[in-house]
Design a protein. Structure first.
Length: 345
């Protein structure tokens, strides 16, 4: 738990999953590895012998996400769509279409603050697989003309979807970096549950989903992620969440960023409406949701919107969210949505 003099806050689900406590003699098993440029981890309960089917099933889930949704893999389904000629229709895999449907719903609800068709902007600012990387020596921020050109080629409103087919209007590049990790967490968790694993915690790159209980019959307790530079703030309460049928995802300005020649730090989160990194990004935004895919997408959208507009959206959509916002005097402000406050019982 983060060191804090403020009274700790505890968040619990409004409804409990209808399942029994861990079986007598159940043992905690841990698996992990690397994927999608980050790491993954699974904690799960089973008998004395670790089920042999877990590792290959998890590997198959992660490979599916990469093969369908990676912009770093040249022959992924997403990359093939991005490289397709203008006016061509494409039948995309069911899993990819499900993620695209969620992404477009968040795009519409946030009026474009989240945009799965902003791949050209992501690459322009050096956060994608393009030749210019934000962390490479000599990288310079693109000018207004370059941003305008990338904006002209993107935009979720240019997409046309007909059932399982999507039209490539020309030059549009999908990018699922703000939602794919969350979907991968859901896919792994659902796959394990289909194998009979009723008690598990799944984490990929800091995005988590939990089901059931630990061996001591306690839920999977996790602390909402806090940026390292403000984690010790005495005014900030540690917020502990019971991941019992819930997921949590966090976006922040401390994970990936670059410092421009003028000394300004640019967050990796691009505002797809302006074509530039979010100017005054919150230190972090955490979202709690039943599905990690939705938590991942909403946390990105609420980061772009900021605490004022984001809170209005969270009220309207009943999103459980927490913002941490740096003040000019070096302090930090915390904003909580009504749906998150409902969990603080």
């Amino acid at each position: 738990m983060s060191p804090s003099l403020a009274e700790p806050r505890v968040l619990v689900p409004l409804q409990l999953e209808p399942q029994a406590e861990p079986a007598l003699g159940a043992r905690l098993h841990a698996l992990g590895g690397a994927t999608m440029g980050t790491t993954w981890r699974v904690l799960a309960l089973a008998g004395l012998a670790q089920p042999a089917a877990w590792a290959p099933a998890i590997d198959a889930c992660l490979r599916l996400v990469i093969e369908q949704m990676s912009t770093w893999l040249a022959d992924s389904a997403l990359s093939r769509f991005n490289a397709a000629p203008a006016g061509s229709w494409h039948a995309l895999p069911d899993e990819l279409m499900g993620v695209l449907d969620c992404a477009l719903r968040v795009a519409a609800a946030s009026d474009g603050a989240f945009d799965p068709a902003a791949g050209a902007l992501v690459d322009l600012w050096g956060f994608g697989p393009g030749p210019q990387r934000f962390d490479a020596p000599g990288f310079t921020a693109p000018d207004a003309a370059a941003c305008a050109a990338a904006l002209a080629h993107g935009g979720w409103r240019r997409l046309r979807v007909d059932g399982a087919r999507v039209l490539q209007p020309g030059g549009l590049r999908l990018d699922f970096s703000g939602i794919a990790k969350g979907y991968a967490v859901d896919l792994v968790a659902d796959t394990l549950r289909a194998l009979g694993v009723r008690h598990c915690l799944v984490e990929i790159g800091g995005e988590l989903r939990g089901h059931g209980l630990k061996p001591d019959a306690q839920p999977w307790w996790v602390d909402l992620e806090t940026p390292p530079d403000i984690a010790a703030s005495p005014a900030l309460p540690a917020t502990r969440l019971a991941l019992h049928g819930l997921s949590v995802a966090t976006s922040g300005d401390y994970r990936r960023f670059f410092t421009a020649a003028d000394g300004r730090r640019h967050a990796h989160t691009i505002d797809p409406r302006s074509g530039r990194p979010v100017a005054h990004a919150p230190a972090s935004v955490s979202v709690v949701h039943a599905q990690c895919m939705w938590a991942d997408a909403w946390s990105t959208a609420l980061t772009v919107l900021g605490p004022d507009d984001g809170l209005a959206l969270a009220r309207r959509e009943r999103i459980a969210a927490r913002w941490l916002v740096r003040r000019a005097d070096g302090g930090v402000d915390e904003r909580l949505s009504p749906a998150l406050l409902e969990l603080a019982q």
